[in-house]
Design a binder for this molecule. Structure first.
Ligand SMILES: [Cu+2]
Length: 227
C-alpha cells in the first residue's frame, strides 16, 4: 500500500515538472501499460488519467480504503428520481470488452439498463415502476447508512453480500454500465485496448452509498488522446 502511494506522489511531481498545476495528479500508463489507481474515501487519488487510443491499458484498481468501492467510466451523469448520482448514460465499455482479473470483480449492468434508457415510452414506464419499487425498499437501509459513518456503510455491504452473493449491490441502486467492484484490501486488473471511437474526455466514478461516494469526490477524469 505504501509503495503504491509513493508512485502516485512521484507522478504528481512529474506532472508539476511538466508545467501543469502544482497539485494536479495525472496518471499515465507505465512501460507495462499499467495505471495504478487507489480507491479510498473518497477519491481515485488522481485528477486525471491520460491514455492513448489503440493502447492496451491495464487499470490496476486497489481498494486502499475502508469501504467497498467501484470503478466506472462513462459520460452524462444519471440521477435517480430522488436526485442521487447513479451511473452514466453512456458507458465507456459499450464498444469494447474489457478483461477483468479476477473476473468476479467485474459486473456489466449495461445491456438491460442502457437498453431501457434508449427505448421508447413503454419501456420507460416499465422501468420507472421497477425503479420506484427498488427505491422505496432501499430507502430505509440506505438513509441510515448515509447518516452514520462510512464504516457502517461498509458493514451493511458486507452483510448483504454475505446473504445475497456477488451480484448483490448491497442495498445500492443498480446502475447502468460496466463496473469493477472491490472490497477493502482487494485488487482488480482491468485490461482494455482503447478503441479509437472513445477519444475525448470521460468521467470516472464510484456510485456506492447511494451516490454519496460520487458526491464526496470519488470521481476523476479519463482523457483518451488520439493516436
Ligand atoms: Cu466509492
Amino acid at each position: 500500500m505504501r509503495k503504491i502511494r509513493g508512485c502516485v506522489a512521484l507522478l504528481a511531481l512529474t506532472a508539476s515538472a511538466c508545467g501543469l498545476a502544482e497539485d494536479e495528479v495525472v496518471l499515465r500508463p507505465d512501460a507495462a501499460g499499467e495505471v495504478v489507481i487507489d480507491m479510498d474515501e473518497f477519491s481515485f487519488g488522481t485528477d486525471r488519467i491520460e491514455v492513448v487510443a489503440g493502447e492496451t491499458v491495464t487499470f490496476v484498481l486497489v481498494n486502499t480504503g475502508d469501504n467497498e468501492h467501484e470503478f466506472m467510466i462513462g459520460r452524462n451523469l444519471v440521477e435517480t428520481d430522488l436526485g442521487y448520482p447513479n451511473g452514466f448514460e453512456h458507458d465507456f465499455f459499450e464498444t469494447t470488452t474489457p478483461v477483468v482479473d479476477p473476473p468476479s470483480a467485474g459486473m456489466d449492468m449495461g445491456a438491460m439498463d442502457m437498453g431501457d434508457m434508449d427505448m421508447g415510452d413503454m419501456d420507460m414506464s416499465d422501468d420507472d415502476h421497477a425503479d420506484d419499487d427498488m427505491g422505496d425498499m432501499d430507502m430505509g437501509d440506505d438513509d441510515m447508512g448515509d447518516m452514520d459513518m462510512p464504516d457502517d456503510d461498509h458493514a451493511d455491504d458486507e452483510m448483504s453480500d454475505g446473504d445475497m452473493g456477488d451480484m448483490d449491490m448491497g442495498g445500492e441502486d443498480a446502475h447502468a454500465g460496466f463496473m469493477v467492484q472491490r472490497r477493502p484490501g482487494e485488487v482488480a486488473r482491468l485490461t482494455v485496448t482503447i478503441p479509437a471511437d472513445v477519444v475525448g474526455e470521460w468521467d470516472v466514478g464510484c456510485f456506492r452509498g447511494r451516490g454519496s461516494h460520487w458526491d464526496a469526490g470519488m470521481r476523476t477524469t479519463l482523457v483518451v488522446l488520439a493516436a
